[in-house]
Structure formats: structure tokens, C-alpha cells
Design a protein around this ligand. Structure first.
Ligand code: UDP
Length: 235
């Protein structure tokens, strides 16, 4: 597989074309942004951790019956993925109140929900990724009902699976964001990444934050948190 020109550069990843139109190469960077790009920085070694962790989870999810964009890990920062058209949706699953949920609804951070919640944001930086509901998704034709039904089903399954897997490593899965895409043949697959950039991970015993909130909230030892997550998963 030949790595060709860069197609897209995002906040945390670069995407390259390959000689196969159905395959892309994702390269994970150490760049970090928060608050819709207002806060910028570098988290040394983050790209390596995120690449490895995301691939690990995607492989496990595939085995558990969730289709993903993952094809093959190429290096410590590069992964071969299926080319997909991304649904412009951020799919957020929450088990415990934190972040924007706590802020928006005045619910204390750490409040444990009886059932996980699911919410959708419209992926649009210029608008600040606003919260939207199902009927808005149809009004804007961001997905059709059969696609959204699959996205919903997969999101809850991914939550159950990740929650259980992380619990075994002494990590509480607070919340996370998923993105889904459609392959050339119309299959809905999990895309983007699953990493400390896109999830909230708390130490199950101490409640210590082991994710990007350390960067967002200037809590210190940001690099250490990413390394600790890698250690918990891979020893
Ligand atoms: N999240 C993300 N990208 C975004 C917004 C949120 O990966 O653009 C993740 C975030 O890391 C957290 C979850 O989605 O694990 C819920 O985030 P929330 O809505 O609380 O927003 P935040 O407080 O991060 O602004």
C-alpha cells in the first residue's frame, strides 16, 4: 500500500490517500486542541498512545460484531483504514455526568446515571458543534432512519463493551464521542478514534482523571495520563 498525498489535516490527525481509492492512511499527531480550537498545545507521545489504543478497541469491537473502519496498523502513528464518508454527527454516550452535560443541565460532575444517555451534535466547527435531535438530523438529511437506528444500536453496544473492558483495567468509562461513516457499498461503520482525546477515563479507585480533561483543565501531568492509560491496557 503506497502512501500518497495528504487529503486532509485535522486537529489531531492527518489523512493520506493511498493507491487504493477504498483505503486511507491516518497519521496521529501530538497536537491537542480544546474548546473548539481556542486552546492549543502539544501532548508528547499522545499520537502513539491514541493510535495503539484506538486500534486495540476497534479490533476487539470487530470481534464483538461491530463493523469498523480499521484495516491494519502500519506503524506507531499510522493506520490503514477504509475510506468512508463521515456522517456529520458526534455521537456522545454518557454513563456519568461531566463536561458539557454538567454545565448545560447543572448536574454535578460524577452523578452516575441509571442508564447510559445518548446525544447527537451536528459536526460543524463554525457553529460550535451544536446539540441536535433526531428530527433535526432528518430535516438536514444528515442520516436516514435506518442508518440512525444502526448508529444508535452500535453506540450502546460499544458502550457496554468498552465499559466492561475498561473496568477490568481499573478504569471507569465516564463518557465518549463516536463518529460513524459509510463505506462505498453503504455499510455503516465505526470510524474516527477511541482514545483519551475522545473519552473520559477515571481511575476506578481514586477518581483521578486519565484523559484530555487534564489538558482542558490544566490539571498537569497530561503526558503521564496518556502513558498511564497505555500501561493499564497493555501492561
Ligand atoms: N468529545 C470529543 N470531541 C468533541 C466534543 C466532545 O471527543 O468535539 C468527547 C469528550 O472527550 C467527552 C465526551 O465527548 O469524552 C463528551 O464531551 P462533552 O459533551 O462533555 O464536551 P466537553 O466538555 O468535552 O466540551
Amino acid at each position: 500500500m503506497k502512501k500518497l498525498d495528504m487529503m486532509y489535516e485535522g486537529k489531531a490527525k492527518k489523512v493520506y490517500r493511498t493507491d487504493d481509492p477504498e483505503r486511507l492512511i491516518v497519521e496521529y499527531k501530538d497536537d491537542a486542541t480544546a474548546f473548539n480550537g481556542e486552546k492549543r498545545g502539544t501532548i508528547s507521545g499522545k499520537g502513539v498512545v491514541n493510535n495503539r489504543m484506538s486500534n486495540h478497541f476497534m479490533r476487539l469491537l470487530e470481534e464483538a460484531g461491530i463493523p469498523t473502519h480499521y484495516v491494519q496498523e502500519l506503524s506507531d502513528r499510522e493506520t490503514l483504514v477504509k475510506a468512508v464518508s463521515i456522517f456529520p454527527l458526534e455521537v456522545i454516550v454518557r454513563n456519568i455526568a461531566a463536561g458539557s452535560f454538567s454545565k448545560r443541565y447543572g448536574v454535578k460532575e460524577g452523578t452516575v446515571f441509571k442508564k447510559p444517555t445518548l446525544e447527537f451534535c451536528y459536526k460543524n466547527d463554525a457553529l460550535g458543534d451544536p446539540l441536535i435531535n433526531e428530527s433535526h438530523i432528518y430535516a438536514m438529511e444528515l442520516a436516514v432512519p435506518s442508518e440512525l437506528a444502526l448508529i444508535r444500536e452500535y453506540a450502546y453496544k460499544i458502550n457496554s463493551f468498552l465499559k466492561a473492558t475498561l473496568q477490568q483495567c481499573g478504569i471507569t468509562l465516564v463518557d465518549f464521542k463516536l463518529e460513524f461513516g459509510k463505506t462505498a457499498d453503504g455499510t455503516v461503520v465505526l470510524a474516527d478514534e477511541i482514545s483519551p482525546d475522545t473519552c473520559r477515563f477515571w481511575d476506578a479507585k481514586t477518581g483521578e482523571k486519565l484523559d484530555k480533561d487534564r489538558f482542558r483543565q490544566d490539571l498537569g501531568n497530561v503526558e503521564g495520563a496518556y502513558q498511564e492509560m497505555a500501561r493499564r491496557l497493555f501492561g
